[in-house]
Design a protein around this ligand. Structure first.
Ligand SMILES: [Zn+2]
Length: 227
């Protein structure tokens, strides 16, 4: 949807302006910046890569759950959920505040652990196609879905997360790995390939779907008691 692409451009501009004004990556190189938790162990690169992938995935899972629990985070995250037509462009549909907060979270995790920030770039190169695939309006054979679900959040699992039914929205939070949903009890296997409908019923009106409407959602939707 062109509007989702429009929001993406606005988000990109906001996050670039935010990053340029702060340059958080440079903070790690300032003298006196405390070493990360793993710095003292001098771990091989392959271990740092694995730890970076797993810990960042867990951090994003937990953050995603908070987005559904804390009202002000939910108002921001609702922009991603209010898309009534789930397709590949939904993976671009995030409010600028959400992208900025998530970028800060990732950097904090990597800096705290002492994992080089470029590993996050590698992670993004791998995870971005997965994210596009999760939202794409394509059906994979059931056996492919079943085989992959033990390891990753497949399109059918993630589609259920975009259902307006509350119990289904509050399931399958994992960004990449499906293990966190199993461990924390939020894993839900869909009965059918895709839910009856997508989006948030109270944000279905076209006024919420324009770029302006999406940017204003966290402020305007705060008057709606239950989204
Ligand atoms: Zn969500």
């Amino acid at each position: 949807m062109a509007r989702n692409a429009g929001l993406f451009v606005a988000t990109l501009a906001f996050v670039y302006a935010f990053a340029l004004s702060w340059q958080p990556a440079g903070v790690a190189t300032l003298p006196g910046f405390p070493p990360g938790l793993l710095d003292r162990f001098r771990l091989p690169l392959v271990v740092l890569l694995a730890v970076g992938f797993i810990v960042a995935d867990l951090a994003e899972y937990l953050y995603h759950r908070l987005c559904h629990r804390w009202r002000w985070l939910w108002l921001i995250h609702a922009v991603h959920h209010s898309d009534p037509d789930l397709d590949v462009t939904t993976s671009l549909r995030f409010h600028p505040f959400e992208t900025a907060l998530e970028t800060l979270l990732r950097m904090a995790v990597f800096l705290l652990l002492g994992i080089p920030l470029w590993i996050e770039v590698v992670r993004a190169v791998i995870l971005n196609p997965v994210n596009l695939m999760q939202h794409a309006n394509v059906a994979y054979p059931r056996w492919v879905e079943r085989r992959l679900q033990w390891l990753v959040v497949t399109p059918a699992l993630h589609r259920l997360h975009h259902s307006p039914v509350e119990a289904e929205t509050n399931s399958n939070f994992g960004p990449g790995l499906s293990v966190w949903d199993r461990v924390f009890g939020t894993f839900r296997r869909p009965d059918q390939d895709r839910p009856q409908r997508y989006g948030l019923l109270r944000l279905d009106d076209d006024s919420w779907q324009t770029v302006r409407g999406m940017l204003q959602t966290p402020f305007k939707a705060r008057h709606i008691r239950t989204l």
